[in-house]
Design a protein around this ligand. Structure first.
Ligand SMILES: [Fe+2]
Length: 348
């Protein structure tokens, strides 16, 4: 529950929700727990008079200090402003790796969500240019890219998943391809972020359906790599990306889709996405099931070496420093639940 209070009533331990406009306050994130008096001073110095606190997530305030609620106007940033903000955050050397990773993740999500609203060839080409900074950051700044990999999502949406797969994908490609091939890494990186773009052509009710899909629904979902490739291939410059997006659901044993190709016949970048995609699907929260812990998901990757996944890519993934936040599994978890979750992750 939100409570509106004067900034003079702010205390350490309160969870503050600041206006969503990034220029309206001096912090990277809009919502966070106050951990020091210094942060309160910063809010005061910025001329903010009243703030919302979320009393479910932090220390509450006495009843007498509650003010009438007022909704903050939501800021709808344009894709261009988001891209500029992202660049600004990446280039700011004074930001520590962890808040930097959080901000980059947040702005990348916003960029992808904007793109999915209108995935035209022109917008995709622009996105490819804008995401270059994120790819460079993952390639060059190990500390921030480690933090980026540690960020797990609790709300599962196509664009959050896209950012996660993008980050895992670039981290994997960095080891698999080495650092020498900078230019291609930008194209690869854009493709990793855009691998599920074809989902915008699948009925949203099917994408968001909790639980198992019917056979007909699953057949429609299985079309998303084809539709994604089609959108990307409208531009000659995106042809290669289209090709590896087309094959991101092929399996190493040939039992995947759309073409059922196997082993090294699957483009290397598609094999990378397959591992990154499955790992994120297994460790992400869905409304109808609890997620795997990172350790359980890694065990599944190992178990499916040479079946679903390229064994070498799995080994590279396991060698990355990807100690994500542990998500507790409720007691009473059974093997059947685990088996169902593997099915859920493999059907995407
Ligand atoms: Fe997919």
């Amino acid at each position: 529950m939100l409570k509106r209070i004067k900034v003079s009533d702010l205390k350490v331990g309160m969870y503050v929700e600041l206006p969503s406009a990034w220029h309206a306050h001096p912090f990277i994130r809009n919502n966070f727990t106050i951990t020091s008096q210094k942060q309160i001073d910063k809010i005061v110095e910025h001329g903010i008079l009243e703030v919302n606190i979320n009393v479910d997530k932090g220390v509450s305030a006495p009843e007498e200090s509650a003010l009438p609620r007022r909704e903050e106007p939501q800021e709808d940033l344009s894709a261009k402003v988001i891209a500029e903000k992202l660049k600004e955050v990446i280039e700011d050397k004074s930001i520590e790796p962890q808040p930097k990773a959080q901000a980059v993740h947040l702005y990348s999500e916003k960029m992808i969500s904007k793109l999915l609203e209108k995935p035209t060839g022109e917008n995709i080409a622009q996105f490819k240019k804008d995401i270059v900074n994120v790819v460079d950051l993952i390639l060059e700044d190990d500390a921030t890219s480690n933090h980026l990999r540690k960020l797990t999502s609790y709300d599962y949406d196509t664009y959050i998943h896209s950012v996660n797969v993008g980050v895992y994908g670039v981290s994997l490609a960095k080891v698999v391809f080495g650092r020498s091939d900078g230019h291609d890494m930008h194209a690869l990186g854009a493709g990793f972020f855009l691998h599920d773009i074809g989902k915008v052509y699948v009925d949203e009710a099917i994408i968001k359906k909790p639980g198992r899909l019917t056979d007909e629904e699953y057949e429609l979902v299985k079309m998303h790599p084809v539709w994604g490739a089609k959108v990307l291939m409208t531009s000659e410059k995106l042809l290669d990306i289209g090709r590896f997006v087309l094959h991101h659901h092929e399996r190493y044993d040939g039992r995947g889709y759309p073409d059922g190709i196997s082993g090294n016949a699957i483009p290397l970048a598609s094999r990378i996405i397959c591992v990154a995609d499955s790992y994120d699907a297994m460790t992400s929260q869905r409304s109808y099931r609890t997620p795997f812990t990172p350790q359980q998901a890694k065990e599944e990757l190992k178990r499916n070496k040479s079946i679903q996944f390229d064994p070498e890519i799995v080994d590279v993934f396991l060698s990355l420093d990807s100690e994500s936040q542990e998500v507790p599994i409720p007691s009473g978890e059974t093997d059947i639940n685990l088996a169902n979750r593997i099915w859920d992750s493999s059907k995407r």
